[in-house]
Ligand binder design. Structure first.
Ligand code: RB5
Length: 162
């Protein structure tokens, strides 16, 4: 079954999106990249590119550096479970990475957490669910308000009054 998303349904504007995966997530990462490129988004693909065993933190850190440095609007990380990628990503102070398995949490982590990195487990969810999650994640705006106050408390060392 083919699955295509128009630029409008995937996100209202062209985004810069950084992608990374280990060997457990490379096939899904490549599928997501193809759909995103077809929808007109600008991609920074940090690999991996094949089935050889690699270490997920290397790819998580590359993607998060791109997002934190503002060369990407969002990051997408895929490993077998999504767990290792999300743990590695959330060690970056400016990164709010959500490990997501369903569209509801995809929506809420954008609306409430202003998540800027999405972690997916390729051995946990299927391709169709991953694409629905991606579409929802990119289409949902942060609600701000009380949620912004809470985000400001995530990193106590750098906390600023909103
Ligand atoms: C690799 O075998 C696996 O550990 C990795 O893809 C990921 O699931 C780690 O959290």
């Amino acid at each position: 079954m083919t699955y295509s998303l128009s630029p409008r349904s995937l996100a209202p504007r062209s985004l810069h999106i950084a992608l990374g995966a280990d060997h457990g997530g490379v096939a899904l990462k490549n599928r997501l990249a193809a759909v995103l490129a077809e929808a007109g988004h600008q991609l920074l693909d940090f690999g991996t590119d094949g089935p050889a065993s690699v270490d997920y933190p290397d790819f998580a850190h590359a993607v998060c550096a791109a997002v934190a440095g503002k060369s990407a609007d969002y990051g997408i990380l895929v490993c077998g479970t999504g767990i290792g990628m999300s743990i590695a990503a959330n060690r970056h102070p400016d990164i709010r990475c959500a490990l997501v398995h369903d569209v509801t949490t995809a929506r809420l982590t954008r609306a409430h957490n202003d998540a800027n990195v999405l972690a997916l487990g390729a051995r946990i969810i299927g391709e169709e669910v991953a694409l629905d999650i991606l579409q929802t994640f990119l289409a949902t705006e942060f609600e701000g308000g009380r949620h912004a106050r809470r985000l400001a408390k995530l990193n106590p060392a750098t906390e600023t009054t909103p």
